[in-house]
Write a protein that binds this ligand. Sequence first.
Ligand SMILES: [Fe+2]
Length: 533
Amino acid sequence: MNDFNRRRLLAGLLAAGGGALATPHVFAQDAAQRRNLLETMTFAVPSFQLGVASGDPSADGFVIWTRLAPEPLQPGGGMVMAPVEVRWEVAEDAAFRTIAASGTAVAHPELAHSVHVELAGLRPDRPYWYRFRCGGERSLAGRAQTLPQAGARKDRLRFAAAGCQHYEEGHYTAWRRIAEEPVDFVYHYGDYIYEGRDTGSATRLMNGRPFTPMRQHVGQEIYSLDDYRRRYALYKGDPDLQAAHAAAPWFVSFDDHEVDNNWAAGLDQDGSPPEVFAFRRAAAMQAWYEHMPVRRSSMPVGGSVQMFRRATFGDLMDMHVLDTRQYRSPLGNGGRNGPMNDDFLSPQRTMLGDRQEEWLFTGLAQGTARWQLIAQQVMLMQLAVQPAGGGEMTYSADQWSGYLHGRERLLNHIADRGLTNVMTVSGDAHRHFAGDVLRNGGEGPPVTAEFLATSITSGSDGVGLDDPYHRSVAGNECLKAIIDRRGYVLCDVGRDTFRGELKVLDQVMRPDGELSTFATLVAEHGRPGLQRG
Ligand SMILES: [Fe+2]
């Protein structure tokens, strides 16, 4: 008997009969009618190894998440293949003296024994603490927070925007620092995992410089549901990442690497037949749902996820979280960056798809909060990049510059309605970029502004100010700050100002890199564009 099977047996079960159980939550038919439910079990090894998380807060609740995985990297996470009962409780204080809600959830093997409890009926604009219990074990506690009621007076909000956390390329120190920030929430722009294979421990070139992986992926490039689950388990085992999840509720989205580099709707980057790629995408979406603190409304159906959604923070801010992957047209120019061309400019091509675009435009036009925040994945600024060897300016095929007609529609909508309170956050580019967003390749006044958050680790230490890329983008007057370091953007939203601090770490290849603020930029309410703060 191998170690895995022995421990599975040790994770022995004391199945009890059915019986009426506490509050069903996410699944209407859950605990009360199950015939194969394990109400009691014991674990030979700790089962809450992937931490806890909360997300998608509203004024009266949020989602709390965990996953039972005594052996996270083994098939099935080392769990017995049966539905298992998990107790949960939500308290008004960190010591759990005043319990606000409690109940029983079922961790389903179909969902990798993840648990998503969708709370409702809580009080607005206050912190709560939560934890889980199963098999005589208790998880660590997490802290969540409800939002203010729509329209209620709110004077200040703080949040971190972050993403791109390649496991091999550095310590998650930035997550540890975010856990220590007094934020109301975290916005994750995507690239929570990377799909590539273990590339070995040897030193290689990355961005033209020698790089030795700090730690390694397990296995080959990921395609199957088991592959994706194991990749999430590997990443979520990191204690700094777990600390950031436990510290505040997150609004998560996804970008490309949750599935495959530069995928677009039904197409991958490799030219696989769409009907074949559909299986991979469905597996990736299921694993994403299983590991993210998102609502039931984001559970995949037929390989698709309802990811674009809105949150309202009293009268201070509305946040429109976009999905720039599932509905976009195929990348133009064969997916290659290049000079502006008919593909990039084609009115037939879309970044958001008609339904999402209409949803966003309506939401922006009808929003009554002081600020309207568009939280999305890829650069909205239209950066012209001078190739190192000279020649024509080039544009990214994967970012909004590759979907210029859709970009103009969005910017025209904002400008033509006189919306002077729109801000945007994004990521993906593995540097901090902060700047103004202008129409028609740079004409007229700024329409909005963008904080593009650098990566948590992707790109490793970075080169700081000694960055040859600065020369390539020097002609872009819209760009107010750029730096190749790892970190996050800390946003501080007041009634009159929207302030972004570009947080950077001096290095991530050793633990405990030193955090500093590279630049602070501020937008004034009613006056689109960034000023140095
Ligand atoms: Fe990335």
